[in-house]
Design a protein around this ligand. Structure first.
Ligand code: UT7
Length: 350
């Protein structure tokens, strides 16, 4: 029997502080109606002043352990934290998580903008399938609101904080991760960037440490790349769009998600939407959305899930996973029904 790397445990965390659109109306020249109709976002969860990415990552792993049991972490020999907002440049945030769980494991951070968690999955897959690792803990965690310029309404309303974590280890076919599609185009760096260690971008764009974005350019890029990357990932899995049970895209803007869904010819029932509740929490967005889908009973053994993300850099990634093959139970924790599964009042012209 062929062995592939699969996702066998999952968990997520969002900070308890919630910033509603109405709260932002009081701080800047914006409106709940503008934010909802242009992005689908109703609220976002924001890390406390003394809460950092390693804390969000830690909580996400705690949630994974609560759901799947401590044995899910037994034998983890590599920890990867995909993040754009590490606690420090070094040590790696992954090493802080490794230490907090007392794992005997290597640890490193991976920076690939919003698709970072999918990049981490691809690394975990390669490590597990080559025999380099037996079990990898792949985390996406982000305290992005710490890099927001609250005077810049064009970015301030979009982002939130959170974490998601998964265990990757060998599973028997047909379960597991199909080959993943990874892409980058540093030529578009000026359209979405953050942070600074002293220089400007190659085209002369000045860096000031904050998240800066050309929303229209990123929107067009996102719609284009969601289309091409998803088709490539479905091909790489030897499938067609009809075979996809659930579409779990990066949660940046409901209009981008809906355009991608439509291009794939998928019914709205087959898409996970959490951007309304969390905004865009970058590397955390897909594992958080997966965890929601699990709780809502939308993922069953053997389902083919299509994941895709895009972001700064510019960068993108996509992949299909056949869910199941784990040995720790289904991890489901039914939650109160969400009141706003899919925002409906779309508008805007981008
Ligand atoms: O992980 C990847 C992260 N990035 C993304 O996914 C971003 C992709 N882009 C987008 O989601 C959209 O481009 C935005 C939501 C950022 C903006 O929506 P848009 O429909 O492209 O709006 P726009 O930038 O063309 O701006 C339209 C108007 C402008 O006013 P004028 O020039 O028409 O008078 C903006 O100044 O909306 C104004 N505006 C706002 N108004 C109220 C921009 N931000 C706001 C705001 N509240 N927060």
């Amino acid at each position: 029997m062929t062995t592939r790397a699969g996702i066998t445990a999952l968990g997520a965390y969002a900070p308890s502080t919630v910033l509603e659109n109405a709260d932002l109306e009081k701080r800047m020249d914006t409106s709940d109606a503008w934010i909802r109709t242009r992005t689908g976002i109703r609220r976002r969860h924001v890390a406390a002043e003394d809460e950092f990415t390693s804390d969000l990552a830690f909580r996400a792993v705690e949630d994974l352990v609560d759901r799947f049991g401590p044995e899910a972490l037994d034998g983890v020999d590599m920890v990867i934290v995909a993040t754009n907002t590490p606690d420090a440049l070094f040590p790696a945030t992954a090493a802080l998580v490794q230490h907090r769980f007392g794992l005997k494991a290597g640890a490193f951070d991976l920076l690939a903008a919003c698709p970072g968690w999918l990049y981490a999955l691809s690394v975990a897959k390669a490590y597990v399938e080559s025999g380099q690792s037996k079990k990898v803990l792949a985390i996406g965690a982000e305290a992005l609101t710490k890099l927001i310029d609250w005077e810049d309404r064009s970015t301030a309303v979009l982002f939130g904080d959170g974490g998601g974590a998964a265990v990757i280890e060998p599973v028997d076919a047909p379960y597991g991760l199909a080959p993943m599609v990874l892409g980058a185009d540093g030529g578009g760096a000026q359209h979405l960037h953050a942070g600074a260690i002293g220089r400007c971008l190659p085209d002369g764009t000045k860096l000031d440490g904050k998240v800066r974005m050309n929303g229209r350019e990123v929107f067009k890029f996102a719609v284009r790349v969601m289309d091409t990357a998803t088709i490539e990932a479905i091909d790489a899995a030897g499938l067609t769009p009809d075979d996809i049970g659930l579409f779990v895209p990066h949660q940046a803007n409901f209009r981008i998600i809906d355009a991608a869904r439509e291009r794939l010819g998928l019914h709205p029932d087959r898409v996970v939407v959490t951007v309304d509740e969390y905004g865009n929490n970058s590397t955390a967005s897909i594992p958080l959305a997966l965890t929601h889908a699990l709780d809502e009973g939308r993922i069953a053994d053997g389902d083919r899930l299509l994941m895709v993300a895009f972001g700064g850099g510019l960068s993108w990634a996509a992949g299909v996973v056949v869910w199941g093959g784990g040995r720790y139970g289904d991890g489901r924790r039914p939650t109160a029904a969400r009141t706003s599964a899919a925002p409906l009042e779309l508008g805007g012209t981008t």
